[in-house]
Each structure stands twice: as structure tokens, then as C-alpha cells.
Design a protein around this ligand. Structure first.
Ligand SMILES: Cc1cc2nc3c(=O)[nH]c(=O)nc-3n(C[C@H](O)[C@H](O)[C@H](O)COP(=O)(O)OP(=O)(O)OC[C@H]3O[C@@H](n4cnc5c(N)ncnc54)[C@H](O)[C@@H]3O)c2cc1C
Length: 266
């Protein structure tokens, strides 16, 4: 499999591998930065914001993790040069979390510092539950060392998430809320479709109650409708939240949201 196929296979563990190659073309802008920039230009022209995620191969040594960090520097440089409306998302395993916490912190700090210098923003993707504690700890360390241009992802699938919202409250985090793509053990995760939906809404309301910025990341029309209702009921302004979708998934739903005046990030 090509690098992009292996990368998406890790991100979509429940999808059979033969299907991965066919579908990955829809989800992934391409192998080069220029491919990503072409897609970001198109997305921006459609009135949508973007986030660029550099998907690496399995990281086997510190140099590979450093080269991913450096790919983000190239992305920031190009975003600034072209005046694109895009931030980035990072996977901590791609920055070396599997090799060591300190190596990952070093790479992540470099990416976030570079973003800060350019007035850009870094969203830390959430991976499987074996990484949740380290991810939240790294996020907290960055915030406590003065970086505000960094956000986190929380997964409605995990039973711990409402507690995480409470624990993070004093940091006033910018949160992407998603269902969570990784299949997790029943002791720690909701398995039932309706239970995940219902926890998504509980977490969303808790985040909004606490006054946090939320990226509502879903293609589930029912959740989109509930979120839109929440926006209206709370009188949230256009700058107070955003919807987020994956490249190539339900584009018409994103177009509808843009027409209705919501911010949408791909
Ligand atoms: C912007 C964004 C960022 C994300 N970041 C993370 C992250 O950091 N960590 C994480 O664990 N998960 C992440 N996810 C994935 C997320 O957790 C869900 O697994 C995924 O979005 C599917 O759930 P859903 O809410 O869209 O609802 P679903 O009920 O799964 O989907 C609703 C409908 O959308 C369509 N659809 C959804 N997904 C796909 C697909 N892949 N291909 C084709 N059609 C599809 C289908 O028509 C489906 O019926 C992210 C999702 C988005 C949109």
C-alpha cells in the first residue's frame, strides 16, 4: 500500500484494507504539499475554512517524527505566503508519541511555536484511548507554558469525556468534538449508535455551558440539526463555533451549512 493508504488505514481502522485505496483518494488531498494547497484553495473558494493534516507512515525513529514536524513548518509557510484560510491538525503518534513523550513534546512545541509566530493554530487530533492521557497532558503543558493557539479533540464515544470537559474547564479549551473513530473496549466506551449520539449532545451542551469554542465535527445530520438548534437557542455568533467535516464526505451538507451562514472547516 502507498504511504497515504497506510496512513488512512490507521486512521480508519474499521475499514477493510482493499476499500482503503479506493476511498483514500476522496479523503486525502495527495502526497505533496502542493496537492494540499490546491485543495485548500478550492475549499476556501467554496466559502469553507480548511485544516491540513500531514499523515505520515508508521513512525519508526526520531528523525521521521522530526521530518513530520518540518513538513508542518512548510505548510505554515505556504499558508501564509498564499494567504489561505487554513490551520493544521497534528497526530501525536506522527510527532513521535510512540517513541517517547519528551520527543513528542519537543516536536509539538516546535510546530505550535511556529504557528504562534505566524498567527496560526494547531489542533491536536485525538487517537485511540491508549493515547488520551498523554494527549491531554501535552495539551495542558502547552497551554500552561503560554501557548493559546492550540486546541484539542474530544470523543463522544468515550465514557470519560464529560469528566475530561470538567477537568479542562479552567483552560477554556478550543475543542473539536467528534464521535471517535477508534473501536474501544465496552468498559470505557459507548458502543451503541444512539448512546454515542446522546453523549455527543451531553458533551456539546457542557462545552457550550462552559463558554468554550467548539468545532462540531460530524456528518450525522441529526447531530448537525441539534447543534444548529443549540446555536440558535444560545444566540451564538458566527465566530463562536464552527462545523467540521472530512474532505470528500457529505459535501452537500457542508454547502448547505455555508449557505445558511455557518462556518464550515474541511
Ligand atoms: C473534521 C473531523 C475531524 C475528525 N477528527 C477525529 C479525531 O481527531 N479523532 C477521532 O477519533 N475521530 C475523528 N473524526 C472521526 C469521527 O470521530 C467519526 O468517526 C466520523 O466523523 C464518523 O462519524 P459521524 O459523526 O460523521 O457520524 P456517522 O453516523 O458515522 O456518519 C453519518 C453519515 O455520514 C456519512 N459518513 C460518515 N463518515 C463517512 C466516511 N468516512 N465515508 C463516507 N461517508 C461517511 C455517512 O453517510 C453516514 O451515514 C473526525 C471527523 C471529522 C468530521
Amino acid at each position: 500500500m502507498a504511504i497515504v493508504d497506510r496512513a488512512i488505514a490507521r486512521f480508519l481502522p474499521a475499514v477493510p484494507k482493499p476499500v482503503v485505496r479506493r476511498i483514500s483518494e476522496r479523503y486525502i488531498a495527495g502526497e505533496e504539499l502542493e496537492d494540499a494547497l490546491r485543495v485548500v484553495r478550492r475549499v476556501n473558494a467554496e466559502g469553507k475554512l480548511a485544516t491540513i493534516d500531514v499523515l505520515g507512515e508508521e513512525i519508526a525513529n526520531p528523525d521521521e517524527a522530526r521530518s513530520i514536524a518540518s513538513a508542518y513548518r512548510d505548510a505554515f509557510e505556504a499558508i501564509e505566503r498564499e494567504g489561505l484560510d487554513s490551520n493544521v491538525s497534528v497526530k501525536l503518534t506522527a510527532l513521535g508519541l510512540g517513541l517517547g513523550y519528551d520527543l513528542c513534546r519537543e516536536n509539538l512545541t516546535e510546530v505550535v511555536a511556529d504557528a504562534a509566530a505566524r498567527g496560526n493554530f494547531v489542533r491536536i487530533d485525538m487517537e485511540d484511548s491508549s493515547t488520551t492521557d498523554d494527549t491531554l497532558r501535552l495539551y495542558r503543558e502547552l497551554r500552561e507554558s503560554g501557548y493559546d493557539n492550540v486546541g484539542i479533540v474530544l470523543q463522544a464515544r468515550l465514557k470519560r469525556t464529560l469528566d475530561d470537559v470538567a477537568a479542562l474547564a479552567e483552560l477554556r479549551p478550543s475543542v473539536r468534538l467528534c464521535k471517535g473513530i477508534y473501536v474501544e473496549r465496552a468498559e470505557i466506551a459507548f458502543r451503541d449508535f444512539e448512546a454515542i449520539r446522546s453523549n455527543f449532545m451531553l458533551v456539546l451542551e457542557a462545552l457550550w455551558d462552559a463558554g468554550h469554542y467548539v468545532g462540531v465535527a460530524t456528518h450525522d445530520e441529526w447531530l448537525v440539526e441539534q447543534a444548529k438548534r443549540g446555536v440558535t437557542e444560545r444566540g451564538l455568533g458566527r465566530e463562536d463555533y464552527e462545523f467540521q467535516m472530512l474532505l470528500g464526505v457529505r459535501p452537500a451538507l457542508g454547502d448547505d451549512l455555508v449557505r445558511e451562514g455557518h462556518r464550515v472547516r474541511i
